[in-house]
Design a protein. Structure first.
Length: 166
């Protein structure tokens, strides 16, 4: 059998491929071992994430007489997450407990969605007034919020709070 340069090159390529496969197998094996060793720390990470998630569902309401803590129910959290909204700071304005819902600057939330969120929030927490906090707002959106008596504020410009239970 006559060995040509072509066969030698093919054998060298196969040799390199086998070496690479062997390296990959070693890396996979090491990865599995590391995952087994880090399994305990992964459980700890998941536990920490769950604790942080539970803590983030708590809203502190400042009350002059006492501090009250309420838990935002999962349904309302799902709604807020669905619309990419966050709960901001809480305050007491003119004897009304308000919670600010931060409206994203880059993406407008439809007025129908804001009305729906306001309604659901008031159903679940009648003692609190949700205030939708905007960076900027257009005139039509502002007018509709006022018609629907939905509390809102525009950063550095105006604040309209209609009060809890109205």
């Amino acid at each position: 059998m006559k060995v040509t340069n072509e066969y030698v090159l093919e054998l060298q390529q196969l040799n390199r491929r086998m070496d690479n496969i062997e390296k990959l197998m070693n890396m996979i094996l090491l990865n599995d071992l590391i995952d087994d060793v880090e399994g305990v720390t992964e459980k700890e990470k998941n536990t920490k994430k769950e604790v942080l998630k539970k803590e983030s569902t708590r809203v502190r309401i400042a009350d002059i007489k006492r501090d009250t803590e309420i838990t935002i129910d999962p349904y309302l959290l799902k709604l807020l997450n669905h619309y990419n909204l966050d709960i901001g700071e809480q305050d007491r304005v003119c004897d009304i407990n308000v919670v600010y819902i931060l409206m994203p600057r880059h993406m407008g939330t439809a007025i129908g969605d804001v009305i729906y969120l306001n309604k659901k929030f008031k159903e679940r927490y009648p003692e609190m007034e949700p205030v939708f906090k905007y960076e900027t707002i257009n005139g039509m959106h502002r007018k509709r919020l006022m018609q629907e008596k939905i509390s809102f504020c525009v950063k550095g410009k105006e604040m309209r709070i209609y009060g809890a239970g109205q």
